[in-house]
Write a protein that binds this ligand. Structure first.
Ligand code: GLA
Length: 333
């Protein structure tokens, strides 16, 4: 069975981040791997604010439309990614705003245009991406915090819900599972939003395992379980939204080690019922952001450069099968 069939048997989503260039070339193998193995997609770049509205009022819809059309044609779900990404996704013309009224108005206009274009086709959105420092339990300084204030997450959630009361609103965070201080701080922030009744649907645990280049070791299954379970206990849905696992270049067993990590982490996340999605940050090692950032030999994904399944693929398949066996939906794949 494919990953897609196994996920569907368990009533969950298995997703991949889509590279717009690979999709645009029409490469039949890329398209067929995507639609056979996955039932959900996330845009790797083209729905981010600085791509979709690079200048005020100038919209670059075409690459996002192409992804939405592909997903519809193949009956796949879409995770919208992302509206407010304080550190890397906010264009300069927004970063320069100092007046809260002007910032709110840009945010509202952006969401009105984006949500209405894809209404009914994008069910969920990573409304805020990476609110905290990558590796610490504190904020980066940025325009949203500086201009809207400490409570900007609540304000962004409220505005988004007013614009579209139907779309699921998610906050997506990185590395909180592997940094205890960050986990503690982020959990407090999320708990506060939930207690105040803000329209937060779910938490994305990105799940990048960028070791040894960026973090000393991958998350343990216990850490992933704790993170997922913490938000589940607050009544939220949880997803692993951007998983990739670096294969250590000098380890001769690297693909087996990678498979073990993938299998254990996916299994730990899916042991919590409220976790209903695992998305990988790419399809095959032929297209991955890791090449540029950490070197071309880290082979972080489930398929190799030729599109053949790696040991990691089989480990993930086993974890999806275990979830399906535990929570069978009877749904046809
Ligand atoms: C973050 C973002 C993603 C992507 C990755 C890697 O995790 O959320 O959109 O940019 O970094 O590039």
């Amino acid at each position: 069975m494919t990953l897609r069939e196994l996920a569907q048997a368990g009533g969950i989503r298995v997703g991949a981040a889509v590279n717009d260039v690979a999709l645009a070339t029409g490469d039949p193998e890329y398209r067929s791997l995507l639609s056979t193995e996955f039932n959900s997609v996330t845009a790797e770049r083209v729905m981010k604010w600085r791509f979709v509205q690079p200048e005020p009022g100038r919209w670059e819809w075409q690459p996002a439309d192409a992804l939405v059309d592909f997903a519809a044609a193949n009956e796949m779900e879409i995770r919208g990614h992302t509206i407010v990404w304080p550190v890397m996704g906010t264009p300069e013309y927004i970063e320069e705003i100092t007046d809260p009224v002007a910032l709110r108005s840009q945010l509202t206009d952006h969401m009105e245009a984006f949500f209405s274009r894809y209404r009914g086709r994008i069910a969920r959105v990573d409304l805020v991406n990476e609110p905290l420092h990558w590796l610490e339990g504190r904020h980066f300084g940025h325009v949203w915090l500086d201009v809207l204030g400490q409570d900007y997450l609540a304000e962004v959630l409220t505005i988004a819900h007013d614009v579209d009361p139907d779309i699921e609103l998610w906050i997506n965070e990185t590395h909180s599972e592997v940094v205890p201080d960050k986990h503690a701080r982020f959990s407090e922030i999320v708990a506060d939003l939930v207690e105040r009744g803000l329209p937060l649907h779910g938490i994305g645990v990105q799940g990048h395992q960028l070791y040894p280049d960026f973090i000393p070791a991958p998350a343990t299954p216990e850490q992933i379980h704790l993170a997922v379970n913490t938000y589940a206990d607050m009544g939220l849905e949880v997803a692993v939204t951007e998983m990739d696992v670096l294969a250590h270049p000098t380890d001769p067993d690297r693909l087996d080690v990678q498979a073990r990590i993938y299998g254990e982490l996916v299994d730990a996340a899916l042991s919590v019922d409220a976790c209903r999605e695992i998305t990988f940050w790419g399809v095959s090692d032929a297209h991955t952001w890791v090449d540029e950032h950490f070197g071309e030999d880290r082979a972080p994904l489930l398929f190799d450069r030729a599109g053949e399944p790696k040991p990691a693929y089989h480990a993930v398949a086993a974890a999806l099968a275990a979830r399906a066996a535990r929570t069978p939906t009877g749904e046809a794949a």
